[in-house]
Ligand binder design. Sequence first.
Ligand code: SF4
Ligand code: SF4
Length: 672
Amino acid sequence: MPARAAVLALLLALSLGLFARRALLLVRLVRLGRPVDRSGDLPRRLLREVAHVLGQRKLLQRPLPGLMHALIFWGFLVLLTTIAEALGQVIDPDFALPLIGRAGWLGLLQDLFAAGVLAGIAIALWIRLVQRPERFIGSHAREAYRILGWITWIVLTLFLGNAARIAQGVAEAPRAWTPISSLLARPLEGLSEGRLFLLEQASLWVHLALIFSFLVYLTYSKHLHIATSAINVFLAKTEPPGALTPLPISLEALEAGEQSLGAATIVDLTHKELLDLYTCTECGRCQALCPAWNTGKPLSPKLLVMNLRDQLFAEGPGILAARARGEEAQATPLVPEVVDEAVVWSCTTCGACVRECPVDIEHIDTIVDLRRNLVMAESRFPQEAGALLRNLENANNPWGMPQSQRAAWAEGLDVPVLGEGDPAPDVLYWVGCASAFDDRARRIARSLAKLLSAAGVSFAILGPRELCTGDPARRMGNEYLFQELAERNVATLTEAGVTTIVANCPHCFNTLRNEYPRYGGRFEVLHHTELLARLVREGKLRPSAALDTLLAYHDPCYLGRHNGIYEEPRALLATVPGVRSVEMPRHGPRGFCCGAGGARMWMEERIGKRINEERADEAAATGADTVGVACPYCLVMLDDGHRARGDDVRVLDVAQVLERAALPEPAPSPTD
Ligand code: SF4
Ligand code: SF4
């Protein structure tokens, strides 16, 4: 016995020692990055831990792969008890866990969950070998099979050891409680006691050797996520998903060389962004829904994460060694050496990747940090986007239009413009630059203003005092410009005594609601579909004229995925007589972007298929004659998409649809 205990202690010490050595390096590599505060909102973090990690909620959004992972994950939680038993039984064959070790229910749980792990492995093989989903393109397939094989042997040796113990009559749980192991014990029953003992001990030792080596191997493999997922989920943002992680800019720190503008090299990523790299399981769920990847762009959120991870492992140890010598290592610029510039600019910040990722990786923050460095430190961006930034700097709006033209869309509508010192209206209508300056989007503003007037809402607009919220500047990477615009807008709104804002642009809505509070702007912010739905519910608007249309509603990313508003626009459309709704295959939380977010609205789309045309194809395939939107960007993009197709599908904002039903134009009289 002392010899067996010594061997076990040696193996355990070796595997734990190697694990700890690697873990220490991994921690030091993460600490190379920038600190980011993720300490607040503990209850929410704990709840998410329960839902995402223990409950596997995000994984189970896809039933078959979710079931596969849950079976393996939950199985291993239960099998922690069998590992503890095996550790004891290689030293003392009569060992059982204190209190619960000989309980029938524990034996049953262990038996069923071990079988569940094998079922999970079978599903994984079915998915990989038979279904062959495209989401695995670029993932390490060989490593995945190696891990699946490893886990299979861990469970098979467990069963074999159990069966040998049952055949010897020394198993802890009553035989009836371990049906699968008992079944496997039957063919062994003719063996001598000595051979059964040998078989049992050999199985246990191999079982433990597999586990010890797995413990070390996982720290070098994509299965590192086993160790880091729970931490990554805990540290994920608790702010609304539409709020970008801010980059507080201090001019003094910049001048002293103590602050980096975004991410130039791997060490400029934040601690969370670096931990994200370890945690990627290469499942490809993000890639499967990425509009850029799906239209032939070079951006795959999965491959981006994998490339950055490779870079961290390739360069990080050298940087640590240099720092240990008191030297500052010259780190490689991430763009374009590690990440192609086209990758950085292809992202629409649609949020599909972040929402899908089962381990809460925050791809958008990383991409925007790369953009921040290109834009603010290097002045490198697509040429057309330069006009956007110049217009924002010089004219306070992306169109470069004079601010005096802000209210031109309202001509003839008698919309009150809030002057300095005027009493605050009940509702401030935040028009947004698109609805103020784009000819097609202006129609949304006119519809909304008419509906608000008809419903008796006391509202006003800021007119020339409204500036761009800064959303396109921020998503493009110009955090400095965003902060300046945000502070000026917050000052105007606060001075005017505004308490409630309605915005018809989801980008403005998201920024006002989720990002301005950090700059002191705390208002009740509604999207126009929320307010209009309320007005219809209260009977202040009565959609009564029938429209006779088949309508496919397109979920704007910044309304749906980033703010969870899917139902209000649909509920509103359902109140309109004659509107028959049809859903596109990609809708709701798995909706497909129009291609305009992330400042892509102002960039050319030269690679692959145009995203708006892909979406227009999908809408047209439903047979709908109208596409409903709730965003001026989507309206323009999808209208362009349908024009390019040459079809006669109309694109209308929900407000325009409601106006036609609630405020129909009077029919021309026979004498007209
Ligand atoms: S935010 Fe959208 S476009 Fe950007 S990487 Fe994620 S899925 Fe792709
Ligand atoms: S980033 Fe998340 S969703 Fe994408 S491959 Fe990695 S784990 Fe899967």
